[in-house]
Design a protein around this ligand. Structure first.
Ligand code: ATP
Ligand code: ATP
Lengths: 224, 224
């Protein structure tokens, strides 16, 4: 179980603190606004009202023994930069700071932030991918131009077996798994993941998990 | 090639417009601020200065024939909601609107936005996952508790073959692929993705792409 400090409980910091606590980790949630701190007191290990530019106050909370500290302070550039420097000087091994402009992102990196979060840019990147490849229900990209994607079974593949389709030779993609409707196990609520059997015909509701080069994945047949 | 309208070229909209255009799609970038429009005129198909609450102006740009319109307007709630309604009434099939509060997100959905983007929350969800599972270099989650992840080859697996490791039986995970340093092909700059050969020993620098249930993936051996 890891220990995290989240400073600044706006939409980014607040949600992060909540998610980490829900996953069972120890979370110290910090904000200078008392009302906000009170909202979090049920949901995290400890919610504390303090100003993160107060080095003594941070030390007294023991943040130097935490795995990581995340700064979700918005608007107050001086508080954000000073808090970043203080946390590194106290000895927090990993300090992640949320930036609200590219210039601020560069400054944070230079003054010691281990990682910088840029929610608008990160979100734009993902939504661009969703718009560019709408037929991929899900996609994980690897750096060298390979991805794992999920697609609905194209109509012209339904009824054929994987041996007949021979996707590796013909389409350059590898079938990792199939999500199939059916007598799922009790703990999974819906379709179950199966390792593909080469001689079983594909069904219309099958969702295929494929991996291959991005350019080969983009060439897969479309029904739309 | 798809056609997109992006209205509001702040950090979110601006980056989205740039990404879509870089991917080869037709992008109409719109902002009411003339200086901002000029910054984009080299990078997108067409950059136009107009106010998105002006229905006539939008119609004259032909947005009704676009695949999707994305609203990246910040701060001006009335402009955002009115623009959303106008775009749907004009007949744009897919309108994606960026919200800056949970309440605004709910309003947008109710007045017709097909999708709502919440960058801070989306970013917090991903960073929580990165903090919770740091050893996964990459992760794609499926709904029923399965994921595909990348991990560095654990020390105790190095030198063993996949047949010897028998991960499916012993660890409940399926090896999808291996990223291996080596004589990569010319177009990939770095490690290449290979389909695993059952009788080849794992090397220390191998990165394994695995799939399985989340609880099995979490139990994989750790070197730290
Ligand atoms: N020095 C500080 N110490 C502790 N908390 C701080 C400090 N400065 C700001 N905060 C808190 O950080 C939180 C987030 O800041 P703010 O609301 O300005 O940012 P935001 O950009 O709107 O955040 P988000 O986009 O994540 O909603 C606020 O609750 C604020 O009280
Ligand atoms: N009615 C409108 N029509 C066209 N553009 C608009 C309209 N209202 C606002 N914009 C533009 O939307 C852009 C983004 O708005 P703003 O900068 O207020 O949001 P933001 O929340 O800071 O955006 P981001 O977080 O994406 O940087 C601005 O460039 C602004 O000129």
């Amino acid at each position: 179980m890891d220990r995290f400090a989240v400073i600044g409980l706006g939409r980014f910091g607040g949600r992060l603190a909540t998610n980490l606590a829900a996953a069972g980790h120890e979370v110290l949630a910090i904000d200078k606004d008392r009302e906000i701190v009170e909202e979090f007191s049920g949901r995290v290990t400890l919610a504390v009202c303090l100003d993160s530019t107060d080095e003594e106050a941070l030390r007294s909370q023991g943040v130097q023994k935490f795995n990581a500290a995340v700064l979700g302070i918005g608007a107050d550039f001086e508080a954000l930069t000073l808090s970043t420097v203080i946390l590194k000087q106290i000895g927090v091994p990993r300090v992640i700071a949320r930036a609200w402009s590219p210039t601020i992102a560069r400054i944070l990196a230079r003054i010691g932030a281990d990682e910088v979060v840029s929610p608008e840019e990160e979100s734009a990147d993902r939504w661009a991918n969703r718009l560019i490849s709408p037929r991929f229900l899900n996609q994980i990209e690897f750096h060298e131009g390979y991805s794992v994607v999920e697609i609905e079974s194209p109509k012209k593949w339904v009824g054929q077996t994987l041996v007949e389709l021979n996707l590796r030779a013909k389409a350059g993609v590898h079938v990792v798994a199939i999500r199939r409707e059916g007598a799922g196990d009790a703990r999974a609520g819906g379709p179950r993941i199966e390792m593909p059997r080469p001689d079983e015909p594909l069904r219309p509701s099958d969702i295929l998990v494929l991996m291959g080069r991005d350019e080969d994945l983009r060439r897969l047949p479309r029904d739309d």
